[in-house]
Design a protein around this ligand. Sequence first.
Ligand SMILES: Cc1cc2nc3c(=O)[nH]c(=O)nc-3n(C[C@H](O)[C@H](O)[C@H](O)COP(=O)(O)O)c2cc1C
Length: 172
Amino acid sequence: MKILIAYHSGTGNTEKVAKSMKEGLVEEGQDVSILPAKEVDPSSLKSYDLVFLGSGIYGGAIGKTMKDLMSKVTEFAPKFAFFNTHASPTAYQKAFSRIGKKIEKNNSVVLGEFDCIGENIGIPQEKQIEMLSKLPAEQKKKAEEHMEKIKGRPDDKDLERAKEFAKSLLNK
Ligand SMILES: Cc1cc2nc3c(=O)[nH]c(=O)nc-3n(C[C@H](O)[C@H](O)[C@H](O)COP(=O)(O)O)c2cc1C
């Protein structure tokens, strides 16, 4: 299959996931292109069999270059998959919902979404702690523990999971 992996990654976490997915797909003999969303020609999507769209989460939403790209696409690949990285303990299941609706309206299918924790390296730790200062003590403690726990993610395990996710879609 001809596959495109397009991503928005401000601080590199989503890019790591994208590269691991590419590795897995190439291992399976697929023809894979990987590009930052801002370098993707919107008219090219229709030429792929499967397109992966990935982004970090910023203020609860996907990155601007991904939104911009998908707002310009008028002809779609038959199959899509999504992936996102975020720092919060809970998953962002709706990050791509608007884009997903547009894709399905155009009779393409969304095969699945991969969710991954990514350490917030874009906001200095002191600033993040300051942002938590208004929380009740117990919540603040939990949030600080979570910040500590997600250091270094996505880690090797996450990247392996990303690879397996990408490969699992080849039979769908
Ligand atoms: C400006 C900014 C805003 C963020 N907002 C959120 C958010 O609303 N929810 C969340 O879970 N993570 C948030 N994060 C954390 C990122 O989603 C997370 O670190 C992600 O892995 C970044 O991906 P990237 O390295 O590909 O840009 C934010 C990070 C930055 C820098």
